[in-house]
Design a protein around this ligand. Structure first.
Ligand SMILES: NC(=O)c1ccc[n+]([C@@H]2O[C@H](COP(=O)([O-])OP(=O)(O)OC[C@H]3O[C@@H](n4cnc5c(N)ncnc54)[C@H](O)[C@@H]3O)[C@@H](O)[C@H]2O)c1
Length: 123
């Protein structure tokens, strides 16, 4: 059976708990590659381990979505790990996230494949 997000690269913020964790695991079950972010680094590490148990390539990074530099680092992690990203799922901080993503120097310069967000989901 074809998985709906097979090899799609997905960023999930607020992935340490609640809707963000559930979203991350749903994407993992559908074949996505994940970059998981939260201010709670221990708990987002747990989510990452759970996603890997489902077979998903998954990385995590501490990110406060209210800080542009953290968002830049999150994007850089996606580019370094997977060559970019195609989807992002935003739990907290939807408005603060968009501008840093769009102005990332890393995003414009070094990806082997275009890290263009093709869709977003916001709780
Ligand atoms: N639109 C809707 O109908 C709807 C319904 C329910 C919840 N929500 C919203 O969805 C969001 C998530 O809800 P939840 O129940 O999963 O909450 P939750 O508290 O279980 O999870 C929120 C996660 O976001 C993380 N977080 C908080 N501030 C952050 C920041 N600045 N940067 C990065 N991570 C941060 C927390 O550490 C936590 O892991 C909330 O903002 C909530 O208001 C919307």
């Amino acid at each position: 059976m074809v998985k709906r997000f097979d090899k799609k690269i997905v960023l999930v913020t607020g992935a340490a708990s609640g809707i963000g964790r559930a979203t991350a695991l749903a994407f993992a079950a559908e074949g996505a590659q994940l970059v998981l972010c939260d201010v709670d680094v221990a708990a987002v590490g747990e989510t990452t381990a759970m996603a890997r148990e489902l077979g998903a390539p998954a990385e995590f990074i501490r990110c406060d979505v209210a800080r542009a530099s953290d968002c830049e680092a999150m994007v850089a992690r996606a580019v370094d790990a997977f060559g970019g990203w195609m989807w992002h799922s935003t739990m907290p901080g939807s408005t603060s996230l968009r501008r840093p993503l769009g102005t990332s120097k890393k995003w414009n310069g070094s990806a082997s494949s275009p890290p263009i967000s093709q869709g977003s989901f916001t709780a």
